[in-house]
Ligand binder design. Structure first.
Ligand code: PDD
Length: 278
């Protein structure tokens, strides 16, 4: 596999990463995941904008990103993924710093790592739906930053797997936030409802697309806070992400949603979303 590291496309085995990379020592880094459908880098501008926002919010100096789209295209070509469904991972760490100190030096330069992998859409989950669990959100207070500080996500997602769930949905002070790697939506009486943007959730690119699709199709939306007490009163639930697209949740915290089948509005939104990339 060929990947990109600090200006060069190299065989993965040739990439040398310092043990003093602050990304390794402190999780001092940010990232993006972008979908590539048959060589088309989906919603690139929105991902680039969020990447720059993450850099700004963490005071990581912005490296030259003018070539980013070309690098991803080149990696897709060189890894023979141009005619496939793929995903690109972009990570920017603050840089290497020795000796290990919490406060960062201004003199260090960021390290950029990019790789692409084949990633077929999860059609089975799109059509049948998934089971989701519910847990308390124990993350920090800046979940709006797409940082690689993902230990709570890793632990919850592993627990989900062990307990037969595809995703865990979190709540904080009785209010639903998001999933370990997805945003969440609810439908009630034809209205599509999702938690408002704040520092407790990631401003998902797919979330925004869903809201745009609703507005283009005269489907009413409501961005507000959602209490855990009301989740079982909803007609439909679905999660969204770059990888999971729009995935129906048919069982939530052990209770069936919409009698255990994907909802009608979820289906309409899925069709409209797929039209954006096929
Ligand atoms: N996850 N919330 C969290 C915590 C996420 O990690 C993600 C994405 C989302 C959805 O964002 P988007 O629609 O922009 O992909 C919401 C990525 C895909 C990941 O960590 O692999």
């Amino acid at each position: 596999m060929l990947a990109y590291y600090n200006g060069k496309i190299l065989l993965l085995e040739k990439i040398q990463i310092s043990p003093f990379d602050r990304g390794l020592l402190f999780g001092d880094s940010i990232y993006e995941v972008i979908r590539c459908y048959n060589g088309k880098i989906f919603l690139f501008d929105a991902h680039l904008k969020r990447l720059k926002e993450s850099l700004r919010k963490t005071n990581i100096p912005e490296p030259d990103l003018s070539n980013l789209e070309n690098v991803i295209s080149e990696l897709l070509k060189q890894n023979k993924l141009i005619n496939d469904f793929a995903a690109a991972y972009i990570q920017i760490t603050r840089g290497n710093q020795f000796p290990r100190r919490h406060a960062y030096d201004d003199s260090i330069t960021p390290n950029i790592f990019i790789y692409v992998e084949a990633f077929p859409p999860k059609y089975d989950e799109f059509t049948k739906g998934i089971k989701a669990g519910l847990e308390e959100d124990i993350r920090w207070m800046r979940c709006d930053i797409k940082s690689t500080l993902l230990l709570p996500n890793v632990l919850s997602q592993r627990k989900a797997k062990d307990e037969g769930y595809s995703e865990i949905i979190w709540y904080r002070n009785g209010i639903i936030t998001e999933g370990t790697h997805t945003n969440i939506f609810f439908v009630k009486d034809g209205v599509v409802i999702t938690p408002s943007l704040n520092n407790f959730i990631l401003p998902g690119i797919t979330r925004k697309q869903v809201l745009n699709i609703c507005s283009d199709n005269q489907i009413a939306t409501d961005e507000r806070s959602i209490s855990i007490n009301e989740v079982y009163s909803f007609d439909e639930i679905f999660i969204t992400s770059t990888i999971n697209e729009i995935t129906p949740v048919v069982e939530f915290d052990g209770k069936l949603i919409n009698r255990g089948v994907p909802g009608e509005i979820t289906g309409i939104l899925q069709k409209e979303y797929q039209k954006l990339y096929v």
